[in-house]
Ligand binder design. Structure first.
Ligand code: ATR
Length: 271
């Protein structure tokens, strides 16, 4: 039996065990996937214990993605680009850190929602870890513009500057929420945690171009951002459940070298 886990604090709400067990059943893989609550000051010790117990890998969730990045012996390019790690593989020569969040978002948008990103005007709301993790994978899809807006303007500027320095990106712009007035985007992604506190962002009317997609990386609740998109009469609205399943599929693939089908698992979770 191969063992995997999701490590977080809190972790009780995590759907990862359900998703990975569904993938395992579907692909005939024999594995067990557990939830592990790490103390806030005990992430490294928890990882060491799992490693010593013979675990093959782990997913990492809030608030440990930066610690996981620091702890890994080797990092994939995706993890380096994101500056954070959500997937650990315990290999004979050390711990490999990967990040599948960005690819998960992109897969969901391109394949499940059938929304091509090439040439599109994209607005990314937020400049925290969640936004940073998806920034470069979005840019790789060749949008014509990627605009970042964040409540704290300096954080958006710093995030854009990091991407520009690392990747020489000229397609990034930074706006305050207020300065978005008069701009329209094909895709607006909410990568802020404002939905957690049920707070609405001061977004102007008219932000969505015709046929736009409104995407909230949060799932399981009607956030003020989703309510705002409905009010703006947006036809294509998505939550982050597809991204959750896609990032898990990418982790599963890197561990098991078998690619599971995601659509039936997304359907199962929705029902
Ligand atoms: P995460 O890992 O979820 O990205 P984070 O790094 O703490 O968490 O970042 C939270 C993001 O949500 C930030 O962009 C934050 O804006 P600030 O940089 O101004 O703090 C944003 N955010 C949280 N609550 C918000 C709210 N009520 N309105 C607007 N933005 C909010």
């Amino acid at each position: 039996m191969d063992y995997y886990a999701v490590i977080g604090h809190p972790v009780e709400h995590s759907k990862s065990p359900l998703i990975h067990q569904a993938f395992a059943k579907q692909t005939g893989q024999v594995l067990e996937y557990n939830k592990v609550l790490a103390p806030l000051d005990g992430f490294a010790a928890t990882v060491a214990q799992l490693h010593a117990d013979g675990y093959k890998g782990a997913n990492v969730t809030v608030p440990f993605k930066f610690e996981a990045y620091a702890l890994a012996d080797q990092l994939t390019t995706r993890a380096l680009n994101a500056g954070a790690v959500n997937t650990l593989s315990f290999l004979p020569d050390g711990v490999l850190g990967d990040n599948t969040d960005g690819i998960g978002l992109v897969q969901d948008i391109l394949h499940n929602l059938e929304f091509p990103l090439q040439g599109k005007r994209v607005l990314l709301l937020g400049a925290g870890g969640a936004a940073e993790g998806v920034l470069y994978p979005l840019l790789e899809q060749a949008p014509s513009l990627l605009c970042i807006a964040n409540r704290t303007h300096d954080k958006a500027t710093a995030m854009a500057a990091r991407a520009q320095k690392q990747h020489g990106e000229s397609r990034i712009e930074v706006h305050s929420f207020e300065a978005l007035t008069g701009e329209a985007f094909d895709l607006v992604i909410n990568a802020t945690s404002s939905g957690l506190s049920n707070e609405a962002m001061p977004l102007p009317a008219g932000l969505f171009a015709p046929q736009a997609l409104a995407y909230d990386m949060m799932y399981g609740r009607e956030t003020p951002f989703i309510a705002y998109a409905r009010q703006e009469k947006v036809q294509h609205i998505a939550d982050g459940l597809g991204m959750l399943v896609e990032q898990a599929a990418e982790a599963f693939y890197s561990w098991r070298k078998v690619r599971p089908l995601t659509a039936p698992v997304i359907k199962q979770l929705r029902s």
